[in-house]
Design a protein around this ligand. Structure first.
Ligand code: UD1
Length: 362
């Protein structure tokens, strides 16, 4: 019998760790012919290749080299390049991950070719249509045949949108499965990192910012940095700067906030694990800190990952300077009073659940 051809399609930094366990488990089975397609949405060494190295992943089988651009141009380029690949290499199924432009571009290209789509990390909703990721999530789910979800809110969202219950599979979080696998190495890495950054366990905070709503306007970014800056004079704050953010940041007074290059995956996990607290507008970091039980101050007004607030260590602080300052002070004094439970299925068996549900659905 001919194997079922499956393309796993990824393009941006947070996709790679979600893909890895799925790739490994699918590849173990002779009945599947599995290929990794890298769209090239992220292309800097630190944003892409370093992740493949850290995760011990094979080179992508196909690299499309789409690169940056406006949303429409980037999405269109990924679609064109992928469609050309489909001219010679037609999969039976594609797997897409998360909510980035590569996710919707791949799904839209595949569905018109009659290729089936499995969406990993389906159903999350921020209910904020000004976020490009929210548009990508809703549209990708609309045209996917299988919806693999990380938390119960996603099931409710998908059902409300009219998706068939049979298509929805609560499997857990593949990003956490990958995280668990690197924790021992990340723990060992801290010795080097603490020397390099002159920090001690729980003696520093970690900051990331890259959401367009926070970093595309200089005024907004300055407001957030202005709230954080005074604390950095007394307590080390390490800030790996995303390429999108660095464009506006160079004209802003960052005081003693320690700006560093985007980090390798294992190093970043290590710094999360050992931080007193983390401040971020990322989706994935809200989840990773919940698993690691490290307090997370989320500098956004909403989250598509409500479980991290309900049972995890996440607090939706927003971006109002006074609130940022108040919560930073509480975090520094250890007065956040957080619950810290691990969401169901956020474990090392997520990809097993995905594969068994996938096989059942074939
Ligand atoms: C994308 C995702 C976002 C995800 C983030 C993680 C979308 C809509 N957004 O946002 O959900 O959280 O990745 O990083 O897909 N750039 C480089 N080098 C790179 C990649 C990007 O310099 O390797 C610069 C480019 O100038 C580019 C800008 O960063 O224009 C933004 O990159 P892009 O991939 O469009 O979106 P992100 O902001 O990274």
């Amino acid at each position: 019998m001919k194997p079922i051809r499956i393309f796993l399609i990824a393009g941006a930094r947070p996709n790679f760790m979600k893909l890895k366990p799925v790739y490994e488990k699918l590849s173990e089975q002779d009945r599947f012919d599995v290929k990794i397609i890298h769209t090239g949405q992220h292309y800097d060494y630190n944003m892409s290749r370093a992740f493949f190295e850290d995760l011990n992943m094979p080179e992508p089988h196909f690299y499309l080299g789409a690169g940056s651009g406006t949303h429409a141009r980037q999405t269109a380029r990924i679609m064109t390049l992928l469609d050309e690949l489909f001219d010679s290499e037609m999969p039976d199924w594609i797997f897409v991950f998360g909510d980035v432009n590569s996710t919707i571009a791949a799904a839209l290209t595949a569905v018109k070719r009659g290729i089936k789509i499995a969406h990993v990390e389906s159903g999350l909703r921020s209910f904020d249509m000004s976020m490009p990721e929210e548009i990508n999530r809703i549209l990708t789910d609309r045209i996917s045949h299988l919806h693999f979800v990380t938390e119960p809110s996603a099931i409710d969202n998908l059902l409300r949108e009219g998706h068939s219950p049979d298509s929805i599979k609560w499997v857990g979080n593949t990003m956490i499965e990958t995280l668990i696998s690197v924790i021992p190495i990340a723990r060992r890495r801290f010795e080097d990192l603490s020397r390099k950054f002159e920090i001690k366990e729980k003696g520093y905070a970690l900051l990331t910012l890259h959401r367009p709503s926070n970093v595309d306007s200089r005024e907004k970014l300055e407001q957030i940095i202005g709230a954080i800056r005074p604390h950095a004079a007394r307590f080390p704050i390490i800030f790996p700067v995303h390429p999108r953010t660095s464009r506006k940041l160079h004209s802003i007074d960052t005081g003693e906030i320690r700006l560093v290059e985007p980090m390798r995956y294992v190093d970043f996990v290590s710094l999360q694990m050992h931080a007193r607290f983390v401040m971020t507008d990322s989706g994935g970091i809200q989840e990773e800190t919940t698993y690691l039980k490290v307090p997370c101050l989320t500098l956004r007004e909403n989250t598509e990952r409500p479980i991290t607030v309900e049972i995890g260590t996440n607090i939706l602080v927003g971006t109002e300077p006074e609130r940022i300052s108040v919560y930073m002070r509480r975090a520094l004094e250890g007065k956040l009073n957080l619950r810290a439970r691990t969401p169901r299925f956020w474990d090392e068996k997520v990809s097993d659940r995905i594969i068994s549900n996938f096989i059942e659905a074939l």
